[in-house]
Design a protein around this ligand. Sequence first.
Ligand code: PEP
Ligand code: MG
Length: 325
Amino acid sequence: KQRELDGLRDLPAETKDGVRVSLRANIGLLNDVKVALANGAEGVGLYRTEFPYMARKSFPNRVEQYTLYRKILEGFHGHTVAIRTLDIGGDKGLSYFAYPKEDNPFMGWRSIRVSLEEEGIFREQLAGILMASTYGKATIMFPMISSVDEIRTIKRILKEVQNELVQDEKPFDTDIRLGIMVEIPAAVQIADILIKEVDFFSIGTNDLIQYTMAADRNNPKVKKYYDPYHPAVLHSIKQVADAAKKAHKQVSLCGEMAADPVTAVLLLGMGITDFSLSAPYIPLIKQAIRCVDMAEARRIAEHALQMESSSAIREYLEKIKSELG
Ligand code: PEP
Ligand code: MG
């Protein structure tokens, strides 16, 4: 079985009827680059930059970040690497950053909210990404976005950093594409508005499930409420995919949900053809994609989206799984 999966590495992720699917890796540290390539990742759909920050004793400056991001970009030989800006807070802290004690850290001062207030840290990171951007194909992705104002503020800051680099005669990719993570239910509801501001969406189902279901993603006590197959979750994903498609923009999905073969087929049927996942699962998902055609995937998605409960959806997907083999 493993040998069969290994043999898939250089084959395209393509449905039986020739629809090309992009399978990229979620990475965190430089070491993940080899693992991603060994599993046939076509770039990175989510580079969690908080991991290199967490591995240090102080905030990295722009040059330190540029050096690291450049290595990552060069490692992927021109394939896209979506660099996500710092996503700390929730369960991820930095030993050298005095973080306030909060009663509800996942609903608190985290992620882009920190970046927009600690603007110096944010600017340093944006400068580092831009300086590396001529060494490969980088995109910048912003986490935990909930409003159009945040995006506009980000763009203003980015513009200022770009102007500063121009002054310093530092080259950068002037057409760098910008995207946001859609992982807060508020962003789902205004997806049609948000998409106008950016080049792409990346659906972060890990957080989207947590916030849609009001169930902490790390609390085993509420595990049964943290439910990827809840109709509210599936309809949210569909709504975001449709908003992007309508605006002729790209949408990808980078939560753990994409690492399950039958779920990936369901998501494909909902119109998502770009997945980013933990690299070791890529061959498994590729195999599942190569076994279906689009019409079949669409039928599965349409059927699931009409169901009333996650138990019914789960049962249906189990049946599909045994049929697909
Ligand atoms: C997500 O929220 O789905 C996601 C991919 O980001 P993270 O797991 O880093 O929060
Ligand atoms: Mg997230």
